[in-house]
Design a protein around this ligand. Structure first.
Ligand code: FEO
Length: 172
């Protein structure tokens, strides 16, 4: 991208670079949730698979929200290269615990961009990220609720099947 074009953007160059990293993170989340959906389907957790197919779609929507924002701001969004997707999980508990780890990492990353945008005086980027800050509260809360439900249900006997049935409560 030519220097003059970078200067005519309505956001800061540093913000654009961070948002391109965030595009990649959302794409990786989408691909990871698709891998989890595959694991769930293959291991008989069919409702959980539906949950993760939907999560994969939502993460792609998040990616496109940032992508389109960069276009509108006169910037250059990059189509991300996504590699090293894990397909191996020890259990359904491992799948949801890994999901919570992903979401906490995404929250930290979003907060970091908000802080940097504030330091740069980039009000446009800071305001744009308001939606993502609140979305992360919701996403982390959903996964924590699911992990609480798993702890209460237990994984012995019919527990695993009950866990999968209960996941329907979190599919909008
Ligand atoms: Fe788009 Fe769940 O982070």
């Amino acid at each position: 991208m030519k220097d003059i074009a970078r200067q005519s953007m309505s956001i800061k160059v540093e913000s654009m670079d961070l948002l391109n990293d965030q595009i990649k993170m959302e794409a990786k989340a989408s691909a990871s949730y698709l891998a989890m959906a595959s694991w769930c389907d293959q291991n008989g957790f069919f409702t959980s698979a539906k949950f993760f197919y939907k999560q994969a779609e939502e993460e792609r929507e998040h990616m496109m929200k940032i992508f389109n924002f960069l276009i509108d701001a006169g910037g250059s969004p990059y189509s991300p290269e996504v590699t090293k997707i894990n397909h191996d999980y020890a259990s359904i508990v491992d799948v949801f615990e890994t999901t919570l780890e992903h979401e906490i990492a995404v929250t930290k990353s979003i907060h970091n961009i908000v802080v940097k945008a504030r330091e740069l005086g980039d009000i446009t980027t800071e305001r744009f990220l308001d939606w993502f800050v609140m979305e992360q509260v919701e996403e982390e809360n959903t996964i924590r609720d699911i992990l609480d439900m798993i702890a209460v249900t237990g994984t012995d006997g019919v527990g695993l099947q009950l866990i999968d049935d209960h996941i329907a409560n979190w599919i909008a």
